[in-house]
Design a binder for this molecule. Structure first.
Ligand code: NAI
Length: 387
């Protein structure tokens, strides 16, 4: 007993010494780099747009008071960019999925001091996670910070496609009025089969929100099955095979992360298994769906519509097919810029979460386990593919 107490005391003093050493190191000026989206006039008028270059996640006074250097920009592409020039000696990089600073293996190779990559939001696919593991970098995100924001957007997008809302609104703006033109492709959600690829935090919240719509069935496809009680509570059924899953759905919603196993998952091949005239909503990541194949499926009417806010390159180029694709009846496009997870409510949560991650890091405190994507032992999440 005494020996155990002594061992405990020795371990505690070692831990204290380690923490002191860490804090000494952490208390030296760190270079913190943030790549955020430009907010322009809106950010000047609306200080709650925290995720912008102008409002800097609200971190500057706090970081500077701690003696750290804080550099913020939206300039991220190419060797001459702010990101590429400044990452070489940065200790911490904060990026956001809304304006992703792509932390490729090549770029990470140039980052000599980098220890921590923080995603201000959810979804860290813009970081080469395998390279981060190899280099011993930690990758954190503010898990859960915007999952309600996205789930609400998904439900809205499903409704606007199924009910043919966008062409009906455009008709009103044009000054026209021809009910049959829009009613000919408008349906009820009640009685339809809706399924989610990915039943994590967002997927489950989508299913939960759809329950009162009296859909014929709610389905999910995910290699991580839900506990039986959760399935019962949500009223959902798991389908183990992806082709079988999409073949049963009137509406498919994508809510899984982008990783090796989901890149280009919804391509011409898989689309063949979709029901003719079904709808697809993707607020997860653009590159999960093949841009050309989806646009062709909408054009041919195999998909009645596609909606979402995520693009395979962001900002999306002017000529991106998803900006302009339409079904044969002039509708079926519910695309918007990447903003579902950056409502003002969400920004407040992911700015506060980013600060907490930094604070834990500076003080050598443990991070919230759910926020750890890559920890000191590699992948800490089961959501980025089966390993
Ligand atoms: P989560 O980690 O709670 O859930 C993800 C689920 O996807 C897990 O259950 C995982 O097992 C599943 N999954 C992974 N690979 C799969 C595959 N090949 N097939 C089927 N299921 C698979 O993540 P959360 O919070 O639900 O977010 C999901 C994704 O949504 C994020 O990774 C991000 O890409 C995206 N997102 C988009 C936002 C936006 O503003 N549009 C904001 C927040 C997240």
């Amino acid at each position: 007993m005494f020996a155990r107490a002594r061992t405990g005391a020795v371990q505690a003093s070692i831990r204290t010494a380690q923490a002191a050493a860490f804090n000494k190191q952490a208390s030296r000026d760190m270079k913190v780099l943030a790549i955020l989206y430009k907010g322009g006039e809106a950010a000047k008028q609306e200080p709650r747009l925290l995720g912008t270059v102008e409002n800097e996640l609200g971190l500057r006074p706090w970081l500077e008071s701690q003696g750290h250097e804080y550099l913020v920009s939206d300039d991220k592409e190419g060797y001459q960019s702010f990101l590429h020039k400044n990452i070489t000696d940065a200790d911490i990089v904060i990026t956001t999925p809304f304006h992703p600073g792509y932390l490729t293996r090549d770029l990470l190779d140039t980052a000599q001091n980098l220890k921590l990559c923080v995603t201000a939001g959810v979804g860290s696919d813009h970081v080469d996670l395998n390279a981060a593991v190899e280099k011993g970098l930690e990758v954190m995100e503010v898990t859960g910070s915007n999952v309600v924001s996205v789930a609400e957007h998904v439900v809205m997008s499903i409704l606007l496609l199924v009910r043919n809302f966008v062409p009906a609104h455009e008709m009103i703006e044009r000054g026209d009025w021809m009910v049959s033109e829009v009613a000919r492709n408008a349906f009820d959600l009640e009685g339809k089969v809706v399924g989610t690829i990915g039943a994590g935090r967002i997927g489950q919240r989508v299913l939960q929100r759809l329950r009162p719509f009296n859909c014929k069935e709610l389905l999910y496809y995910d290699y991580n099955g839900l506990p039986q009680e959760t399935e019962t509570e949500l009223g959902v059924r798991r389908v183990a095979d992806l082709e079988d899953f999409v073949a049963q759905c009137d509406v498919v919603t994508v809510n899984c992360p982008l990783h090796e196993g989901t890149r280009d998952l919804v391509n011409a091949d898989l689309l063949k298994s979709f029901k003719k005239g079904s709808w697809l909503v993707n607020t997860a990541r653009g590159a999960i769906c093949n841009a050309e194949d989806v646009a062709a499926a909408v054009k041919s009417g195999h998909l009645n519509g596609y909606a979402g806010d995520v693009w395979n390159v962001q900002p999306a180029p002017k000529e991106h097919p998803w900006r302009y694709m339409k079904n044969a009846l002039g509708g079926g496009n519910g695309m918007v810029p990447h903003y579902s997870g950056t409502t003002l409510d969400a920004q407040q949560r992911y700015a506060a979460g980013t600060k907490q991650i930094l604070e834990n890091f500076f003080q050598g405190k443990p991070q919230e386990p759910a926020n750890i994507i890559i920890g000191n032992k590699g992948y800490a999440t089961k959501a980025y593919g089966q390993r």
